[in-house]
Write a protein that binds this ligand. Structure first.
Ligand SMILES: [Zn+2]
Length: 120
């Protein structure tokens, strides 16, 4: 279903699917970290998810008839972070692992958030 992606996560079965493209990628670690983060997202405490989303600038509005409207942050870490909250989370974790120094400089609050929970 994501044939242009190097990998995808199958959350129902708790698995990560690696496509042909994955084996041609230089940075395999980042891909695995990213995909693992999709699985992690499902296990993070709701309070922590709420903190992450508000820190990132997601706005979530629930109307009286219980319709949920989600708007992504205006400033995104990756363009496809806008797809989904857990995509945004996975992109943040990937940056945190890939280059902690520059991530700390560009996203200090996010860095502290992840560093308190998942120290490197
Ligand atoms: Zn993803």
């Amino acid at each position: 279903m994501y044939k242009d992606n190097p990998a995808a996560s199958e959350l129902t079965n708790g698995s990560i699917i690696l496509y042909d493209l994955f084996f041609k990628e230089k940075n395999k670690k980042s891909i695995i970290v990213h995909e693992s983060s999709h699985h992690l997202y499902k296990k993070v405490a709701p309070k922590d998810i709420a903190d992450f989303l508000s820190m990132s600038g997601w706005s979530i509005e629930v109307t009286l008839d219980r319709k949920v409207y989600e708007s992504p942050p205006k400033k995104l870490i990756q363009p496809y972070s806008a797809l989904d909250k857990d995509e945004d989370f996975a992109n943040h974790v990937e940056s945190y692992y890939q280059n902690p120094k520059s991530y700390k400089a560009t996203h200090p609050k996010h860095y502290d958030f992840f560093n308190q929970r998942y120290p490197l």
